[in-house]
Design a protein around this ligand. Structure first.
Ligand SMILES: *Cc1c(COP(=O)(O)O)cnc(C)c1O
Length: 372
């Protein structure tokens, strides 16, 4: 059996034990340490650990205070959470089509969809393939907020600049199958003090001080509620699993790059298989390994691989084709995204996969096309 994903966690250093022996289990000193690490790595003034990417994004959108007529542009081919968070705060989802080659947000279509109501654009570094945020930023009004979805890209670099450099906010996910994980979790990074203060309280039920900060030198600090809030903070238990991964991830990224190249090499001579093309001048992260095949073969190939105990999946379909969104936002057409959603398969790809397993996956794909 070749599993789709295997995590790379161990508890050799007893991080969890240390946290369990301390008195703060949530939003305490461990979270604070990891947030400092993130600020340093991404060269930002503020970072917030959240209990998911989804809740991190909702915290940002609440702090920006969107009105029902405000519009948020997202690429049509991405994880459905990108659209759900916009619905959640009662704003409008605007889907822009993807670029035929990179499968990332198509800048031309995005520019076409900007109106006076556009408040936020959310490019996604899908699969770890890097979107050129700087180029987009140069082409849009200054008061449009850019939020980079970095759920697939922790270590990516564009022109030697870390993730989030050209965005107002960047948000990471530490969900179970992501490159860095603590089961469920996420992080926001930003330089905006104005929003940062609101995000901190919004993510903690609108309160001005988390429990950990309410007693300083045995003095009680009064708290109040100025913003409507909900619950998005991360526990120290989760954060203690993250700490080591944040510092050591670049080693894993190098290994994943090697495995990615191995895959690409082994698929090279199968003409029925296409890969999203990578943007130049970028030192990307390698998160998923998607391939594209003609839609008439796609589901049959999935069946063939599953029969041979190779676990593959379809990660992203076009949001314009998902029932809820199709019904609510009628007449949204994103043909390139819809096409890719019907052609794509994600192959098993994780740090624990061996070169032999990669070869086997590719051989099974080859033998499928010899028979079909
Ligand atoms: C996983 C993922 C998310 C959501 O992350 P959660 O931490 O599960 O909320 C958002 N965007 C993309 C592209 C993802 O793959």
């Amino acid at each position: 059996m070749i599993p789709f994903y295997k995590h790379n966690l161990n508890n050799k250093k007893n991080y969890l034990k240390q946290t369990l022996n301390s008195s703060y289990l949530t939003s305490g000193p461990v979270c604070e340490r990891v947030e400092k690490l993130l600020c340093k790595k991404f060269n930002k003034k503020f970072s917030f650990l959240t209990n998911s990417w989804t809740n991190g994004l909702i915290s940002i959108l609440l702090s920006v205070k969107l009105k029902p007529t405000d519009e948020v542009i997202i690429p049509a081919c991405t994880f459905v959470a990108c659209a759900n968070v916009v619905e959640m705060v009662g704003a409008k989802v605007i889907l822009a089509d993807i670029d035929e080659k990179t499968k990332l947000l198509d800048v031309k279509d995005c520019l076409k969809k900007i109106t006076k109501n556009t408040k936020v654009i959310m490019p996604v570094h899908l699969y770890g393939n890097l979107f050129d945020t700087k180029n987009l930023k140069n082409k849009i009004r200054k008061n449009i907020i850019i939020i980079e979805d970095c759920a697939h890209s922790f270590c990516g670099e564009y022109n030697n600049k870390v993730m989030g450099t050209f965005a107002d906010f960047a948000v990471f996910s530490f969900y179970a199958t992501k490159s860095i994980t603590c089961g469920e979790g996420g992080a926001i990074i930003t330089n905006h003090k104005k929003y940062a203060d609101i995000i901190r309280s919004v993510s903690n039920n609108g309160m001005t001080k988390p429990a950990f900060k309410r007693f300083v030198n045995n003095k009680y600090i009064p708290w109040d509620v100025y913003n409507f809030g909900f619950k998005a903070n991360l526990s120290d238990i989760n954060a203690s699993i993250l700490e080591d991964q944040v510092s050591s991830y670049s080693k894993i990224a190098i290994l994943k790059k090697k495995l990615f190249k191995k895959y690409r090499y082994n698929l090279n001579n199968i003409k029925e298989v296409s890969l999203p093309s990578e943007n130049k001048n970028k030192n990307r992260d390698y998160y998923l390994f998607p391939i594209g095949v003609d839609k008439k073969y796609r589901n049959k190939l999935i069946e063939h691989l599953l029969k041979n105990k190779i676990f593959v999946t379809v990660n992203f379909r076009s949001i314009s084709e998902l029932h809820y969104y199709k019904k609510k936002y009628k007449n949204t057409k994103c043909p390139r995204s819809e096409k890719w959603g019907k052609e794509t398969i994600s192959l098993p790809f994780h740090v624990k996969i061996t070169e032999k397993e990669i070869k086997k996956v590719c051989e099974q794909i080859k033998s499928f096309f010899l028979k079909n």
